[in-house]
Ligand binder design. Structure first.
Ligand SMILES: Cc1cc2nc3c(=O)[nH]c(=O)nc-3n(C[C@H](O)[C@H](O)[C@H](O)COP(=O)(O)O)c2cc1C
Length: 374
């Protein structure tokens, strides 16, 4: 029996039609070569989600310049021909399973756990401490160097060239990462952006760099190439952060990315998930607001693997897509399981016992299989 749910209906963005509303959320697996080139194992890993029925795959964040953008060791990049070729193999493996794939483009800024002299909008030490299990650097973050206007131009060029390379590699689009406390979110956030030039001060100024990057990526690529944006209130290093002025901030941010030409808005909600982080502190729902304000397709995120919740979001028009993170790692066939009414495998942090890489997961899965059914 195949079930028909709102979340299993197709949906179009630009000229691309996605077979259902399930999106693989971007997840860094730190599994590339030391040269940032995606591996064959990564190609097979991503193809598995296409085979399992995800309407859209969004890859882990790829870094956008040689000098400052890399977040972690083992992170893939898209800054040279070898990396482009590696991604092309990933895209081909996904396309062979009739999948669709968007590449996430990320710049670490102040929270890099890889480079020794990080850069940021302002010399403000990031809150919290480096993420466990990623990169060779752990402990407190460094105070970053403040970017000059000339250096900001280099960052923009990195995103622009990476978008061009993504199109050449065969991706259906790119997602610009302005979420979770990474560089573009550092610009957006008043506490980490003390600048007094056109990139600091008002919220309109603080979202300007993201707008310029979206606009340039759209301008560089063909009209059917998708350029989306990921936003969030919370940050990897400040998990309970809310936009300080609630809907008033949301209005400026959502309108700005829409004006710049974004094709979709993806709202990340880690830790306590959609029900907490996709609402303002005063309790207004942000995905509905983004949809109503901009008319753009909106991707909801955060603990949305429970099928009734996903169906409710789509049916009540709070969102157009749902992205699945942790649970997807253990259910690369989640959309097929949902269509067939089969149970999902429950996520457990135990899967990171040997590390966050794809190879570490395979080692853990091998061990689980040897133990047999519980
Ligand atoms: C291992 C791991 C790696 C992640 N890497 C990224 C990333 O590269 N880019 C990003 O925007 N979010 C990243 N995230 C956040 C997820 O995309 C997602 O927002 C989060 O896991 C919440 O969704 P979930 O409740 O379905 O897991 C990562 C999350 C996990 C667990």
């Amino acid at each position: 029996m195949t079930l028909t749910f709102p979340v299993l209906q197709e949906k179009t963005i630009k000229t691309s039609t996605f077979s259902n509303r399930y999106v693989l959320a971007p997840m860094s697996r730190a599994s590339a070569g030391a040269d940032g080139v995606p591996t064959e194992n990564m190609a097979e890993y991503y193809a598995g989600f296409a085979r399992g029925g995800y309407g859209l795959i969004i890859t882990e964040g790829a870094f956008t310049d040689e000098k400052w953008a890399q977040c972690y060791s083992g992170q893939p990049g898209l800054v040279n021909d070898a990396q482009e070729m590696g991604w092309q193999r990933v895209v081909q493996a996904i396309k062979a399973e009739a999948g669709k794939v968007i590449l996430q483009l990320i710049h670490a800024g102040a929270v890099s756990q890889h480079i020794m002299e990080p850069v940021a909008p302002s010399p403000v030490r990031p809150a919290g401490s480096m993420l466990h299990g990623y990169g060779h650097r752990q402990g407190a973050y460094d105070v970053p160097d403040e970017l000059s206007l000339a250096q900001i131009e280099i960052i923009k060029r990195g995103f622009y060239q990476a978008a061009l390379r993504a199109e050449a590699a065969g991706f259906d689009g790119v997602e610009i990462h302005c979420a979770n406390g990474y560089l573009l979110d550092q610009f957006l956030t008043a506490e980490t952006n003390l600048r007094q030039d056109q990139y600091g001060g008002t919220l309109e100024n603080r979202i300007r760099l993201t707008q310029e990057i979206i606009r340039e990526a759209q301008g560089a690529t063909k009209s059917d190439f998708i350029v989306g944006v990921r936003l969030s209130q919370a940050k990897a290093n400040i998990q309970d952060y809310f936009w300080p002025n609630g809907l008033a901030d949301a209005k400026v941010i959502f309108q700005a990315v829409a004006d710049a030409g974004a094709d979709f808005i993806h709202l990340a909600s880690e830790k306590e998930g959609y029900a907490v982080h996709s609402y303002t502190e005063a309790g207004e729902n942000l995905t509905t607001y983004a949809r109503d304000l901009t008319g753009l397709p909106v991707v909801a995120n955060g603990g949305l693997h429970v099928v009734v919740d996903a169906n409710e979001l789509i049916a009540s028009r709070k969102a157009d897509f749902v992205s699945i993170g942790k649970t997807a790692m253990l259910n690369p066939d989640l959309p097929k399981r949902v269509a067939e009414g089969r149970e999902l495998q429950e996520f457990t942090f135990d899967m990171f016992k040997y590390g966050v890489t794809i190879e570490a997961q395979q080692q853990w899965e091998g061990e689980q299989a040897a133990l047999g059914p519980t």
